[in-house]
Design a protein around this ligand. Structure first.
Ligand code: ZN
Length: 234
């Protein structure tokens, strides 16, 4: 019983920029850890209201998009098993212009309150989008500032970190999580982000075909704290 109790208390804090980052980049791992009893909190800096995809055919506009994407994210959280969702209410595409000290302190507040075992965010240079890099930089600073006893990991796109040498890292900096048993939940979360995925025909193919598009692994780069076993974030 004790082991189960301890497991139930494991906590993961994910700090990302937009609705869909959690699903498109690491939805399999989030579904897996949620299913294993990890308590997951997601912080989304924005509501993604400046996204270029407006539905297919388009049915959203700049005014309606934020609310639509918030509700899509809430559904995706249900699909993945994420229990807590918070927004920082930052305007989409402006995270890099927000006062860095204030942003860092807000995120530090979440870390102090939750005391997560694992913090997930973007690498501040490899995020692939200015909002991603900015939220990653502030979260990394917050992780260090709080002296968190947990581990910090950077999420990465697809299998880019299958060869970390290309980015100046080695294999021991990388955790490769087998998500093959959680791809159905990941697909359901993709479909929850309807206005973003409607244009991607493969998402709406019969399940078996759609599922075959996903990789069996998701990769994470160690950013701080104690390294894990290489195949698990915990
Ligand atoms: Zn994003």
């Amino acid at each position: 019983m004790k082991i189960n109790d301890r497991k139930a208390q494991r906590k993961l804090l994910a700090v990302f920029a937009h609705p869909d980052d959690e699903t498109f980049i690491c939805g399999g791992a989030l579904a897996k850890y949620a299913a294993e009893g990890v308590d997951i909190t997601l912080v989304s800096a924005t509501r993604g209201e400046m996204g270029r995809r407006m539905g297919n055919p388009p049915y959203l506009n700049r005014e309606s998009m934020g609310a639509a994407r918030e509700s899509e994210l809430r559904e995706a959280c249900l699909r993945l098993g994420i229990r807590q969702l918070h927004f920082l209410d930052i305007r989409d595409k402006t995270v890099e212009f927000i006062n860095e000290e204030k942003l860092t302190e807000r995120i530090a507040g979440f870390i102090r309150e939750l005391e997560p075992d694992v913090v997930l965010t973007f690498h501040e240079k490899l995020g692939g989008h200015p909002d991603h890099n900015a939220i990653g930089k502030a979260t990394t600073a917050a992780f260090r500032r709080t002296g968190s006893k947990g581990a910090l990991y950077f999420i990465s796109f697809g299998a880019t970190m299958a060869r970390p040498e290309r980015f100046g890292y080695s294999r021991k900096d990388v955790v490769r999580v087998d998500v093959s048993a959680y791809l159905q939940a990941k697909l359901a979360a993709f479909r929850a982000h309807r206005c973003q995925t409607e244009i991607d025909e493969w998402v709406w193919l019969p399940d078996r075909e759609a599922l075959s598009r996903f990789g069996k692994h998701e990769y994470f780069l160690l950013g701080g704290g104690k390294p894990s076993s290489g195949d698990s974030l915990f």
